[in-house]
Design a protein around this ligand. Structure first.
Ligand SMILES: [Zn+2]
Length: 430
C-alpha cells in the first residue's frame, strides 16, 4: 500500500468524549486527533463539516454469500426454511457463487458503515478474495458439520486448515481465519474437541452458533443430558477465543458459565425475530459483564446487513421484552457494534474506537438531512434515527473505500450485475 496522509477536517468525533476536531490518518493508522492539524500535513483532505466521525462498525455474525438468497423464502418456520429452501440451494454452491455473494455483501457493508465482519460459510478462499478486493477487514471460517461421520469430519479439518494456510493474515493483515464448527447439534463431540486443540495450535479463534432455538436446546439435552453451554463447558470447549452467535435460550447457570469462561456473544435480533427463534437475554448478559456484540446473520434471514438498523431493533427488542425502557440504552447498544464487536473478535487493541495508533477504520455519517435534524445528540440520532443510507464516507485500514456514497475500490454496477447473474444461475439449478 502506498503511504498516504488523509486529513478528516472539522468532524464531530465520537470517541470517549464527543467533540469537534480533526483527525489525521497516517498510512493505515490514526496518527493524530486535534483541532490544530495543518492542511499541509495531508495528501488528501476530507471536509467533514456537518458530519459525525464514528469507528467503522463491526458485524460479528455473517454469512456473506447468502446475499444471493435474499428474498428467497420469507415468513415460514426455521425447519421448513432450511430444509425446503436454503439447503437445496446451498447444495449447488461453488466458489464463484460464493465470491459473487460475498462481493455483494462487501458493497452493502461499505455502503452502511461496516468495516469489519466475522463470517462463517463455504468456499472461504473465494470469500477472502472478495473481502480483499473490497478492502474490508474480516475473520473467515469454514462452516464445519460432521453429524458424527468420521470421513466428513476429516474433510472439514482438511478444508479449515487449507483456508488457514492460504488466507490467514493476508490482505495487508486485514483477513484472518478462524475455525467455524457450525453448532453443538450438527458437530460431534470429537469434532468440537479437536477444534479446541487445533485452534490453539494455529493461534486462531472459534466461531460457532449456540442455543439459537428451543429445539436445539431440547435436542442437545436429549443427546448429552445437558443444555448446550453446559455441554460445551463439560467437554472443555469454551474459552475467550470462542465467539458464539445467538445465545437465545439460556439458563441462569449457562449465563454464569459464559461469564466465567469469557465467551463472546453475538446478538442477532432481526434474524431471531424473523425466524421466531426467541429473544436473547442481552440485558441480563450485559448486567453480568459478558461481552455482547451484534450480528446481522445471513441476508436470507434478516434481510440486510445494515448495523445501524440492527442496533435500533436490538435496543427496542430488549425494552419491550423486559418492559423497561431504561435497558440497553443508545450508548450501550452503539458500543456493541464498535468496541464491543472489536473485543469479541480479539481486535480491541487495533479497532473499535477512535484513538491514536489504532487502525484507521472509520465512517462519516452526514447529519445534514431532515431525518437527523435538529443536530442534538449524535449517539441518539445514530441509534434511533439513522440508517446505513446516512453513511457518507468509509475508510478501512487507512484507505477510502467510499466517498460521498460512491464506492472507490469496487465498481458498484459491476458488483450488482455479477451478483444478479450468480443468483439467477444458482437458483435455477436447485
Ligand atoms: Zn448464522
Amino acid at each position: 500500500m502506498e503511504s498516504k496522509n488523509i486529513l478528516i477536517k472539522d468532524a464531530v468525533i465520537i470517541s470517549n468524549e464527543i467533540k469537534k476536531g480533526s483527525l489525521l490518518i497516517q498510512d493505515d493508522k490514526i496518527g493524530e486527533i486535534s483541532d490544530k492539524i495543518a492542511i499541509t500535513d495531508a495528501d488528501e483532505v476530507i471536509n467533514a463539516e456537518g458530519k459525525v466521525l464514528i469507528p467503522g462498525l463491526v458485524n460479528t455474525h455473517t454469512h456473506l454469500s447468502m446475499t444471493l438468497m435474499r428474498g428467497l423464502a420469507d415468513d415460514i418456520p426455521l425447519d421448513r426454511w432450511l430444509n425446503n429452501h436454503i439447503w437445496p440451494v446451498e447444495a449447488e454452491l461453488n466458489g464463484e457463487y460464493c465470491y459473487a455473494g460475498a462481493l455483494l455483501a462487501c458493497a452493502e457493508m461499505i455502503k452502511s458503515g461496516t468495516t469489519c465482519f466475522n463470517d462463517m460459510y463455504f468456499f472461504m478462499d473465494h470469500v477472502a478474495r472478495a473481502a480483499d478486493e473490497a478492502g474490508l477487514r474480516g475473520i473467515l471460517s469454514h462452516g464445519m458439520i460432521d453429524f458424527g461421520n468420521e470421513d466428513k469430519r476429516n474433510q472439514e479439518f482438511k478444508e479449515s486448515i487449507r483456508i488457514i494456510k492460504k488466507c490467514h493474515n493476508t490482505g495487508e493483515g486485514r483477513i484472518k481465519v478462524a475455525f467455524g464448527p457450525h453448532s453443538p447439534y450438527t458437530c460431534s463431540q470429537k469434532l468440537l474437541e479437536k477444534v479446541k486443540i487445533e485452534s490453539a495450535k494455529y493461534g486462531v479463534g472459534i466461531h460457532i452458533h449456540v442455543s439459537e432455538t428451543q429445539k436445539e436446546v431440547s435436542d442437545v439435552l436429549k443427546a448429552h443430558g445437558k443444555r448446550p453451554f453446559e455441554y460445551l463447558d463439560d467437554i472443555g470447549f469454551l474459552g475467550s477465543e470462542v465467539s458464539a452467535a445467538h445465545a437465545v435460550w439460556l439458563s441462569d447457570s449457562e449465563i454464569e458459565i459464559i461469564k466465567q469462561r469469557d465467551v463472546k456473544i453475538s446478538h442477532n435480533p432481526s434474524s431471531n425475530m424473523k425466524l421466531s427463534s426467541g429473544v436473547s437475554p442481552v440485558t441480563e448478559l450485559l448486567r453480568k459483564g459478558v461481552c455482547v456484540s451484534m450480528g446481522t446473520d445471513g441476508s436470507a434471514s434478516n434481510n440486510n446487513m445494515d448495523l445501524l438498523e440492527e442496533i435500533k431493533i436490538g435496543a427496542l427488542l430488549q425494552k419491550v421484552t423486559t418492559m423497561d425502557p431504561t435497558v440497553l440504552t443508545a450508548e450501550k447498544v452503539f458500543k456493541m457494534v464498535t468496541i464491543g464487536g472489536a473485543e469479541s473478535l480479539g481486535l480491541e487493541k487495533q479497532i473499535g474506537s477512535i484513538e491514536v495508533d489504532k487502525k484507521a477504520d472509520l465512517a462519516l455519517v452526514d447529519m445534514r438531512t431532515p431525518q437527523l435534524t435538529p443536530f442534538r445528540n449524535p449517539i441518539s440520532h445514530l441509534v434511533y434515527s439513522a440508517n446505513g443510507g446516512n453513511v457518507d464516507t468509509v475508510i478501512c485500514n487507512g484507505e477510502i473505500l467510499m466517498e460521498n456514497r460512491n464506492l472507490l475500490r469496487l465498481d458498484e454496477a459491476m458488483v450488482l450485475e455479477i451478483a444478479e447473474n450468480a443468483s439467477e444461475e444458482l437458483l435455477s439449478k436447485s
